[in-house]
Design a protein around this ligand. Structure first.
Ligand code: AMP
Length: 420
């Protein structure tokens, strides 16, 4: 199944091709045809399943096909309500990305910041508005926003909205929407309160549900290393040198972090490349090509850049930084353990990341096995090293390093000389 098979129009196909998406995710495969038929939809899916594209693509397609209707000043024709600022920004970014060749205008509004920039954008007219409930109502009350032209409405993460106490806000917003519209409702869980709310919003919806991703976590062997921030680079070099892997994908949270790791590994003569949003499409493709062909064995990626990566037999995933969104962890480790192949995923966790780790373990309903003994257990740069690796014996895996020049030794001496 390809996106083309789903009858998606060329301007959108082009944008998703550029994102590196090759095949639709299950929620996309199921939802897009329903939404293109203009049916209401009740979707049970978590973030991380590709749900945003599942609703953004059909909405963009409808709006693009009907673009003549928005002659003159643009009116809000699609409204997406989501509980948090982070989600709102993510959804807005997705609409911008997938819709970049459609000429449609998007805006995002959320609370906690001054409203001036948001109202200026709104004044110029937008086709698609992504909003958190509080700020949306606020700007509606002030007369900056009218919902009377909305043809497509999406309520995202409905269960979280209720948990966050937005039920009355949601009801007020729904009351202002025109009756004739296509309504989409997404929730990760479907307790009775959610079903009840969905009935108020949806006509006679089609239902889609995607299998929770937890299963991925069961296929992949997972290990956890507790290590200090300063110990992370040392541990990474140590693992790459001692674990003979054909292909290692390392995740960092930020683009800056990815570049830093590449540089750090470069100094240790470990050939690695990074892919992230600051790199040109060509540079990303090249790095990916080198990794796929085995020319580079280590690739560093941010979560966003890694979405499009499809490598059949990835041996090792390293979470250099623990993701702050638990679903992202499942995404990352799912990069290994594809198809019948079961892989290995290693996570580095420093003190500050322990809360993220707790959330992850809760989501996967599993305690990740801790590697108690490793050379950098108590590594603190300004302290005495508690247990050091035995350099010569650990060199079974030698990438392109100069022979006989042990990494750790080298590090240690340069650190000592600095501290003098
Ligand atoms: P979401 O569940 O909407 O938060 O999506 C999770 C991530 O999956 C997003 O970062 C998207 O960029 C990515 N994504 C969505 N659809 C696809 C696809 N068909 N192929 C690869 N990545 C995708």
């Amino acid at each position: 199944m390809t996106f083309k098979d789903l009858s998606i129009i060329e301007p959108i196909l082009r944008a998703i091709r550029e994102e590196g998406y090759t095949t639709p995710t299950p929620i996309q495969e199921q939802s897009i045809p329903i939404l293109l038929r203009r049916k209401d939809l009740l979707g049970c899916a978590q973030t991380g399943t590709g749900k945003t594209a599942a609703f953004a693509i059909p909405i963009l397609q409808h709006l693009y096909k009907d673009r003549d209707r928005n002659k003159g000043k643009r009116k809000i024709r699609a409204l997406i309500v989501t509980p948090t600022r982070e989600l709102a920004i993510q959804i807005y970014d997705s609409f911008r990305t997938y819709g970049k060749y459609t000429g449609l205008k998007n805006a995002v509004i959320f609370g906690g910041v001054k409203q001036g920039a948001q109202t200026n954008t709104l004044r110029q007219g937008v086709d698609i508005l992504v909003a958190t409930p509080g700020r949306l109502l606020d700007l509606m009350d002030q007369g900056y926003i009218s919902l009377k032209d909305v043809e497509y409405s999406v309520l995202d993460e409905a269960d979280r909205m209720l948990d966050m106490g937005f039920i009355h806000d949601i009801k007020r917003i729904i009351a202002k929407l025109p009756r004739e519209r296509q309504s989409l409702f997404f929730s990760a869980t479907m307790p009775p309160s959610i079903i009840q709310l969905s009935r108020k919003i949806l006509g006679n919806p089609e239902k889609v549900s995607v299998r929770p991703e937890q299963t991925t976590a069961e296929k992949v062997e997972q290990l956890l290393y507790y290590v200090s921030k300063k110990g992370k680079p040392k541990l990474l070099v140590h693992l790459l040198q001692t674990q003979p892997m054909d292909s290692t994908l390392i995740f960092t949270r930020t683009k800056y972090g990815a570049d830093k790791v590449v540089k750090m590994l470069g100094k240790k003569k470990i050939n690695a490349e990074a892919i992230h949003g600051n790199k040109s499409q060509n540079a990303r493709q090249r790095a990916l090509g080198n990794f796929k062909s085995g020319k580079t064995k280590v690739l560093i990626a941010t979560d966003i850049a890694a979405r499009g990566i499809d490598i059949e037999q990835l041996s090792l995933v390293i979470n250099y930084e623990i993701p702050n969104i638990p679903e992202t962890y499942i995404h990352r480790i799912g990069r290994t353990g594809r198809a019948s192949f079961s892989g290995l995923a290693i996570s580095f966790c420093m003190e500050e990341e322990k809360p993220f780790l707790r959330d992850i373990q809760k989501l996967i309903d599993q305690e990740i096995r801790v590697v108690e003994e490793h050379p950098f257990v108590a590594y603190e740069p300004d302290e005495v090293i508690v247990s050091a690796p035995k350099p010569q014996k650990q060199q079974s895996y030698n990438r392109s390093r100069k022979p006989g020049r042990h990494q750790y030794h080298h590090q240690k001496s340069s650190r000592n000389s600095r501290s003098k």
